[in-house]
Design a protein around this ligand. Sequence first.
Ligand SMILES: NC(=O)c1ccc[n+]([C@@H]2O[C@H](COP(=O)([O-])OP(=O)(O)OC[C@H]3O[C@@H](n4cnc5c(N)ncnc54)[C@H](O)[C@@H]3O)[C@@H](O)[C@H]2O)c1
Length: 255
Amino acid sequence: MPGGRTIVIFGGARGIGAAVATRFAAADDRVFVGDVLDASPEVFAGAPQGNEPVVMKCDVGRPGDIATMFDRALDGGRKLDVVFNNVGIARYGEVDTLSLDDWRLTLDVNLTAQFLACKRAVTEMKRTGGGVIINTASILGHASQKTTAAYAASKAAVMALTRTVAIDHAKEGIRCVSISPGTIDTPLVQIAAATFRDRDPDDLKREWAALHPLNRLGTPKEVAETVFFLASPGAGFITGADILIDGGIRSELYA
Ligand SMILES: NC(=O)c1ccc[n+]([C@@H]2O[C@H](COP(=O)([O-])OP(=O)(O)OC[C@H]3O[C@@H](n4cnc5c(N)ncnc54)[C@H](O)[C@@H]3O)[C@@H](O)[C@H]2O)c1
């Protein structure tokens, strides 16, 4: 495996992003994580001593923070090899009640931030001969759940952004792909389960698991393995695609 590459991860303090950070660090890649939260211990677990991910404060809703994150990661002339755009937030509501502020925040954080990171990544990668950009979309970009208008729209747009970046910049050796996870057992999902006050969170998670033909939730590690593969030379003919990591849920119309 390659090793020695530089990867910038937006949204890697916990959950899927943390697992991806660990996976690349374990392969001797240099990992820079930007997040609004402090890193959870799992970010450093499994990283070889001396190659722990570097974690910086970065709010992707602020364009200046994205720029600073790249500047610091590329300090000293490091070459940008991989970008993983993984931040995602959800604000719920039917369109008549969803506020314009929540709609805008969701699109700023989930979509515009990925546009800005793609913009900078492409600029760097064109100069240095190519690279890989991986954007996190969602199964909800393929099919909706009630009250997810803002989130679902942002994730469908992530796939459209990905396809266009891929075809615009294939000639420069840049690959751009998106991933669409089903339900993955992360803090986000644990928090979502805990918000249904009249339900036991574990029961709820079992119910969500049963919606997937594989009858379980996915793990952050499984997503990380896919992202690691997509960034590798073995995935060299994959660009513009969206990769479902969804336990089969998109394939079934009625359970
Ligand atoms: N977990 C799932 O079931 C699932 C399913 C489909 C898609 N996804 C997508 O996968 C990605 C990761 O999800 P997760 O479940 O690991 O979520 P998570 O909430 O556990 O992790 C997301 C990370 O993004 C960070 N973040 C949030 N807002 C930020 C901001 N403004 N600037 C910088 N960092 C910010 C959080 O602090 C966190 O570390 C998201 O894009 C999410 O939409 C998750």
